[in-house]
Design a protein around this ligand. Structure first.
Ligand code: 13P
Length: 340
């Protein structure tokens, strides 16, 4: 493990005014996204869509890194340049999702544990050789009656720590993603309680496994009301609860916290991140974004799979990235939505 290199990559991933694009949808997830715009999912349509994103002029002003899926890491842009080399040439760091998805946890109805540790060392080495410089592993925590259990939290924390150790061994910065889902009618307070318990176990496991925290990034959910909760907290309340939760559970050694959007609308995801950075407080870590749906939804809607729509779709991506870049400084306003 080269700690200097790991820390340098981690810091570059959360550089000022920039965040990460999550474009690492598995083949089954991207199929659903493409189906939403009536586009058939083929290797070529998936490639064309990622090509659109990665060749967007100026995206590097607001995007520090892109998370890729196995297939995408091996694909090429229209001019034959492999995607990792294309991203690198623009100053964007390529990353990889090496997990094999969250599967039902035996003996724990309603709960999931993420698989993919078998053979991970060899796969990570190959990803490094293909140009990836960071990884992402997503654990899913569901809030419901009597769940999550401590057993589920501990099993996921253990897997995250083993993945993180293997990443750092080959020179990849691990993005550690414990996602407490927003599905359900739970309150913001319950989300804060579960997120705190999750993070406490995740960091205990990371420390126990000897993870170099200065070379790791946390990708969590925001502390937010459940989607079906009758009382929906606003941006200020979300920002205060989220920051309080992370101050209590995330070591200052972590360079950055990059939030997932998790089903929030693009505008909500931007507004909530902005509200945190607008609190006027000093944080020990950067507060940034690693959005999938919240960055891509507007792009898909404009693109619709038609080559003629590529310039307009790229404009939509650039605009969304720019707004999230502003949220990194707490300077985003709803009026800026119109400007693009
Ligand atoms: P969303 O922003 O769509 O939640 O995706 C982020 C991600 O990478 C989930 O693993």
């Amino acid at each position: 493990m080269n700690k200097t290199d790991l820390a340098a990559i981690a810091n570059a991933m959360v550089a000022e005014g920039k965040g990460i694009l999550a474009a690492d949808e598995s083949t089954s997830t991207i199929k659903k996204r493409l189906a939403s715009i009536d586009v058939e999912s083929t290797e070529e349509s998936r490639r064309a869509y990622r090509d659109l994103l990665f060749t967007t002029e100026g995206a590097e002003e607001f995007i520090s890194g892109v998370i890729l899926y196995d297939e995408t890491l091996r694909q090429k842009a229209g001019d034959g340049t492999p995607f990792p080399a294309l991203l690198n040439s623009r100053g964007i760091i390529p990353g990889i999702k090496p997990d094999k998805g969250a599967k039902p946890m035996a003996g724990f109805p309603g709960e999931k544990v993420t698989e993919g540790l078998d053979g991970l060392r060899e796969r990570l080495q190959e990803y490094y050789d293909l140009g990836a410089r960071f990884g992402k592993w997503r654990a899913v925590i569901t809030i419901g009656d009597n769940i999550p259990t401590r057993t589920c939290l501990a099993a996921n924390a253990h897997a995250l720590a083993r993945y993180a150790a293997l990443c750092q061994e080959v020179g990849l910065v691990p993005i550690v993603e414990p996602e407490v889902l927003m599905d359900g009618a739970h309150t913001l307070e319950r989300c804060e309680e579960v997120t705190t318990a999750t993070l406490n176990l995740v960091f205990a496991a990371l420390v126990e496994h000897g993870i170099f925290l200065e070379g790791a990034i946390l990708k969590p959910n925001m502390v937010i009301s459940g989607k079906e909760c009758p009382k929906q907290a606003g941006p200020k309340e979300i920002a205060e609860a989220t920051v309080r939760c992370f101050r209590r559970s995330v070591p200052a050694a972590i360079p950055g916290i990059v939030f997932l959007s998790g089903g929030q609308s693009p505008e909500e995801a931007t507004e909530n991140l902005n509200a945190m950075n607008a609190l006027g407080e000093q944080f020990p870590w950067e507060l940034s974004f690693s959005y999938g749906r919240a960055l891509q939804e507007p792009v898909l809607k404009v693109w619709k799979g038609k080559p003629a729509n590529v310039p307009a779709a790229q404009k939509a991506y650039y605009h969304r990235a720019k707004l999230n870049g502003a949220a990194r400084y707490g300077t985003y306003t709803r009026e800026m939505e119109q400007a693009g």
